[in-house]
Write a protein that binds this ligand. Structure first.
Ligand code: ATP
Ligand code: MG
Length: 454
């Protein structure tokens, strides 16, 4: 982005006579990452951003926003004084979005947001200048930041929107005014705060609250909670999923360890391939294909784009243990749907040796914690998974359920602070032909086990 400071003032509706004639060439809110020419927004995080103005200036910011209740220090850069820094951030984002005026695609859902966002961007890039959310920068800072950092020639902006409470997606949608809103699926993530899946669905539906009148709503039609709510959406709607009453569905899926291929009802002669494991990713790709179709991208171009997909963040990775065993690692994030999906995919992937599970607690499930952990027992059998290692208080509930299916040799449970013992036990057990799944919420810190194994 590039703006005259004068334009910043007028976008923020501030009336000041004597404005320095300088350009700002980007925005930042983290003084450590500030670059020469940036406009600094001292947002309130764990600490007050105003405390970091010295370091922002050292890194070359040209000007800073400043909240009027803070005393202005004595530095020789322009201070744009506002009532509320975070409101100013939103207002400038809205202004800049209107100025660049790209087509906006907004993506939310309990799982698959980042994957779908990157698939959409890759598909649309074949024909447009596309900007997208980096990684999962999807909250009330990430969305305006994404907007303010898009290049001035952006034609399409693909924005990931996340939430952990009601009203958040509504707010993010009001900043982005989507032309296309996408919901990947409804799961149980953050159910601690919402209470029920119905309430999660309501909150996700806020993504259509600021959908353009001639906009499109693309959603997972296999989810009854969404189908029901979509009836109230007046804009044109398209669905994707596994059932054959969807606009777009997969007719055939071939799942591999490093890639997944599928055919669809709309282009039966074309086989699409995505360079990632997991048939759930087919749904994400179907959402992207619908966005591409709506944007008049040819199916052959989409096929190529998906094959060469560029992702800004990949949470599920294949790695090698130091003894040569395969590790499927997802140690930063977990929720019940994602665990069930990965288990059902893993057991269908051909492996030479044993499949071994290392699962840690899934956090933020509130009152549903015990039941949801116990329910995972339905997906775990000794025929598919030779050994199971479980970590954390909630996983004890799963361990108790699994005790009828596993011998005590093959089922092991650890306290959260016993990761060293867990690592030693796995090391003693692991053969080079084994395939090991590591999955837990980040709070369990299975990354320590991972690092010790690789
Ligand atoms: P976050 O909220 O952490 O940003 P996200 O919604 O962006 O997550 P991704 O990063 O795309 O999700 O995927 C995270 C994990 O969710 C994947 O590794 C996979 O286990 C699971 N997942 C992805 N897509 C789906 C889907 N469509 N249905 C169910 N599970 C999925
Ligand atoms: Mg994400």
């Amino acid at each position: 982005m590039k703006m005259k400071l004068k334009e910043v003032y007028s976008a923020l509706k501030l009336d000041v006579d004597d404005i320095a004639d300088i350009d700002v060439t980007g925005v930042c809110f983290d003084s450590r990452k500030a670059e020469a020419g940036d406009l600094f927004f001292p947002l309130k995080g764990e600490r007050d951003g105003h405390d970091f103005i010295n370091s922002a200036i050292e890194n070359g910011v040209h000007a800073t926003i400043w909240q009027s209740d803070h005393e202005i220090p004595n530095h020789d850069i322009p201070y744009v004084v506002v009532k509320d820094v975070s409101e100013a951030f939103d207002t400038l984002a809205k202004y800049y979005l209107a100025k660049v005026n790209p087509k906006v695609i907004a993506v939310t859902g309990s799982n698959g947001k980042t994957t779908t966002k990157d698939m959409i961007a890759s598909v649309l890039e074949t024909n447009n200048n596309v900007a997208r959310t980096q990684k999962s920068f999807n909250n009330e800072i990430g969305v305006p930041y994404t907007i303010l950092n898009m290049p001035i020639n952006t034609e399409v902006l693909v924005v990931e929107m996340g939430m952990d409470r009601t009203g958040q997606i509504e707010h993010l949608s009001s900043l982005a005014n989507p032309d296309i809103s996408v919901i990947t699926m409804i799961g149980e993530a953050h159910i601690e705060f919402f209470g029920t899946r119905d309430k999660i669905a309501d909150a996700k539906m806020e993504i259509v609250s600021h959908l353009q009148e001639d906009g499109r709503f693309i959603y997972n039609g296999d989810e009854p909670l969404l189908r029901e709510r979509a009836k109230n959406v007046e804009q044109r709607k398209y669905t994707f999923g596994r059932k054959n009453d969807e606009t777009l569905y997969a007719t055939e899926i071939n799942a591999g360890k490093n890639s997944t291929s599928f055919k669809t009802n709309l282009w039966p002669e074309i086989e699409f391939t995505i360079p990632m494991m997991g048939d759930y990713n087919v749904n994400n790709a179907l959402a992207a294909l619908l966005v591409g179709l709506e944007s008049h991208i040819k199916p052959e171009a989409m096929q190529k784009a998906l094959r060469n997909l560029y992702v800004t963040e990949n949470r599920t990775e294949w790695l090698k243990a130091s003894n040569g065993a395969d590790i499927l690692s997802d140690v930063y994030n977990s929720n019940p749907t994602a665990v069930i999906e990965v288990l059902s995919n893993l057991k269908n992937i051909p492996t030479e040796g044993r499949r071994i599970l290392v699962l840690g607690d899934i956090l933020e499930l509130g009152d549903a914690s015990r039941e949801l952990h116990e329910s995972l027992a339905n997906y775990i059998n000794s025929d598919d998974f030779a050994k199971v290692y479980l970590v954390g208080d909630y996983m004890k509930f799963l361990a108790d359920k699994l005790a009828v299916k596993y011998s005590s040799d093959d089922l092991n449970w650890y306290q959260k602070d016993q990761l060293d013992k867990l690592t030693d036990d796995i090391k003693k057990e692991l053969n080079s032909s084994d395939t090991l799944l590591l999955k837990a919420s980040h709070g369990i810190h299975l990354e320590n086990v991972l690092h010790a194994l690789i």
